[in-house]
Design a protein around this ligand. Structure first.
Ligand code: AMP
Length: 425
């Protein structure tokens, strides 16, 4: 199967050849014909599957065919809404690449920066607008953007959109869109709230599912290290030093944690930068560019900031903390082993995180191999019980409570069951 077989037109085929895409990925094979046929689409897929090309190629093709004779200022005919700035920039860059031999105009808007450059570009006119929800609504309310000519609407990473609290913005936006349009809805997970939202957006649609299992199991080599919380910094330094030339993306659950890791690595003379929501857009973009260009080998990211980051040569993902949402693990390790490459994802798991590991393994339907030999193995006595054993004094107090006879009118309290050691399954 080739892109030509899918009905992709010559000017786009030329750009795909330059990008080095020889064959369409499964999501592209399934989605491109549906979208070229002008049907709505519900796509259950995460980044790393080739999703961006799957939805941008048909849009570029439709527009290319319709704007041949257009003169004058371009009006927004396609709107792509995505949760993060990084993802928005990336989608826009992809459109520029895939549309380089067409006369399509595209632009991107996102919050956290001054609006001047973005409004200038909007004034000049654009066919495709890629946007994050907040800035989009803001510029609509200021009169810089009209949605009345939109014929193609894409809501990308819908689950992340809801997690980030964008639901009201999205509903407001949907109400502004022309009723006659082609709609595309992408989400990595499909809980009930997402299905509900998709009903507000899609008409008669076709569904395409690319299971994360496929993406993770086949491409990414995974392993887990059992290590105490206090030894995680040492293990991280050790792994980075063992792989001096690798680009390493380290995930931290919290912004504060990410900054702490950067400071800790600096003490070991390892240069790293963090990207998270408290950093300015400029700082995030600089760190990301340095990382992509190979000038910075270690990048520490929180989940939201890293969502959608696309780095071609990313060899190693390290989960410094295991995520409590198993789908997040799949997103994280999907940063490596992108469409063409294979990659390695290593996870640090301390005692408190074992339940997260269990949930992850259930989701991906795989046992992640455990690295049995490393310099910071857990001692047996580091197996901290999930519920701490009571001290002698606490035990005495508990016994006294248990002996307490209820007075008249007082109901007897059931003594609480105590667990020592591991929590029963
Ligand atoms: P995405 O899921 O859109 O974030 O894409 C993941 C990565 O796969 C990006 O680096 C794309 O450039 C790349 N990619 C997309 N489609 C193909 C393809 N058909 N062949 C090779 N690489 C691709």
């Amino acid at each position: 199967m080739t892109f030509k077989d899918l009905g992709v037109i010559e000017p786009i085929l030329k750009s795909l050849e330059i990008a080095g895409y020889t064959h369409p990925t499964p999501i592209q094979q399934q989605s491109i014909p549906i979208l070229l046929d002008r049907k709505d689409l519900l796509g259950c897929a995460q980044t790393g599957t080739g999703k961006t090309a799957a939805f941008t190629i048909p849009i570029i093709q439709h527009l290319y065919n319709s704007i041949q004779e257009l003169k004058g200022k371009r009006k927004i005919k396609a709107l792509i809404v995505t949760p993060t700035r990084e993802l928005a920039i990336q989608i826009n860059d992809n459109i520029t690449a895939y549309g380089q031999f067409t006369n399509i105009k595209n632009t991107v808007i996102f919050g956290g920066v001054k609006q001047g450059g973005q409004t200038d570009s909007l004034r000049r006119g654009t066919d495709i607008l890629v946007a994050t929800p907040g800035r989009l609504l803001d510029l609509i309310s200021q009169g810089f953007i009209s949605l009345k000519d939109v014929k193609y609407f894409v809501l990308d990473e819908a689950d992340q959109m809801l997690d980030m609290g964008f639901i009201h913005d999205i509903k407001k936006l949907i109400a502004m869109l022309p009723a006659k349009r082609q709609s595309l809805f992408f989400s990595a997970t499909m809980p009930a709230s997402i299905i509900d939202l998709s009903r507000n957006i899609l008409g008669n649609y076709e569904k395409v599912t690319i299971k994360p299992k496929q993406a993770t199991a086949e491409k990414v080599e995974q392993a887990v290290y059992f290590v105490s919380k206090s030894n995680k910094p040492n293990l991280l330094v050790h792994l980075i030093e063992e792989n001096p030339d690798a680009s390493v993306l380290v995930f931290s659950r919290t912004k504060h944690g990410a900054d702490k890791v950067v400071r800790m690595l600096a003490k070991s003379h390892i240069k790293a930068a963090a990207i998270h929501g408290n950093k300015s857009q400029g700082a995030r973009q600089r760190a990301l560019n340095d990382f992509k260009d190979g000038n910075l080998h270690v990048l520490i990211a929180t989940d939201i900031a890293a969502r959608g980051i696309d780095i071609e040569e990313l060899q190693l993902v390290i989960n410094y903390d295991l995520p409590n949402i198993p789908e997040t693990y799949v997103h994280r390790i999907g940063r490596t082993g992108r469409a063409k490459a294979s990659g390695i994802a290593l996870s640090f798991c301390n005692v408190e995180e074992k339940e997260y590991l269990r949930d992850i393994q259930k989701l991906i339907n795989q046992q992640i191999p455990v690295i049995e030999e490393h310099p910071f193995l857990l001692d047996d006595n580091e197996e901290v019980p999930l519920v701490q054993k009571p001290t002698k004094n606490q035990r005495k107090k508990n016994n006294r409570k248990a002996e307490h006879k209820p007075k008249e009118g007082e109901t007897a309290k059931k003594p609480k069951r105590k667990f020592y050691g591991k929590k029963p399954k």
